[in-house]
Design a protein around this ligand. Sequence first.
Ligand code: KIV
Ligand code: NA
Length: 280
Amino acid sequence: RTKVTINELYRLRSSSTPITCLTAYDYPTAMLSQNANVDMVLIGDSLAQVALGHTSTNAITLDEMIHHASAVTRGAKTPFTFADLPFGSFEESVEQGVRSVVRMIKRSGIDGIKIEGGKEIIPLVKKLSDMGIAVMPHIGLQPQRATSLSGYLVQGRSAEAAAELYDTAAQLKAVGAFALLLEAIPHTLARHITESLGILTIGIGAGPGTDGQVLVITDVLGTYAGPGAWKAKFVRHFGDAGAVSRGAVESFVQEVRGGGFPEVGKETYAMKKEEWSKFL
Ligand code: KIV
Ligand code: NA
């Protein structure tokens, strides 16, 4: 398969082929998506929590995002790659946002950028789109605002909130966004946005009516057990790599302590007898 382009993503949408997207934070997690032929790879700022141990995504810096995104693009050659613009790297002005995005693209080689926000990011989305940069606004639940939202709560549940979300989506499309990320909104609303706005949508906690599905890789693998680990309603663990990993580490500890590792002959290097005698 050749590099996944925006045209290819829209072709998948037209043929009603659900688009697959997973997060990646380093070379090995990028290779999981590369080898499974995943369509899109997101360097999510969730890496602040699931790879760096912070309690909020707001802790990660632009340069830390670049450091991880660079490793991901070395592994994910075929998928369309995009990264989160982290908290603090775009709020001051359109100029600050453009500077951050250009720095991230230049240094990490990602294909596109994801920006959490609502109507307040319209000027930045327009500027970036006008410059030819692929922008995916992230609407609905925005984890960078978890404090002011009083937690990771479902968005757009009232008729009024749904209308506001729909209007925001329409305006973001109008200024040039190539896709939308919809997080934790009613599945009926997500389907409605997807079908009536004619823009590519990737959903998480937004039901089966979006063009694609994204999940955090550690949730898919069942490996994350760090601070604030909890399973949202929309998460499915597709495996228990965490149990497998813990088992391997426990075996290592047991075997070393019990003298079972390493085994002479099988796991060691030998010296010729005459060399050994000379040495002695
Ligand atoms: O940071 C992230 O991983 C994300 C996805 C959950 C959409 O934003
Ligand atoms: Na994110």
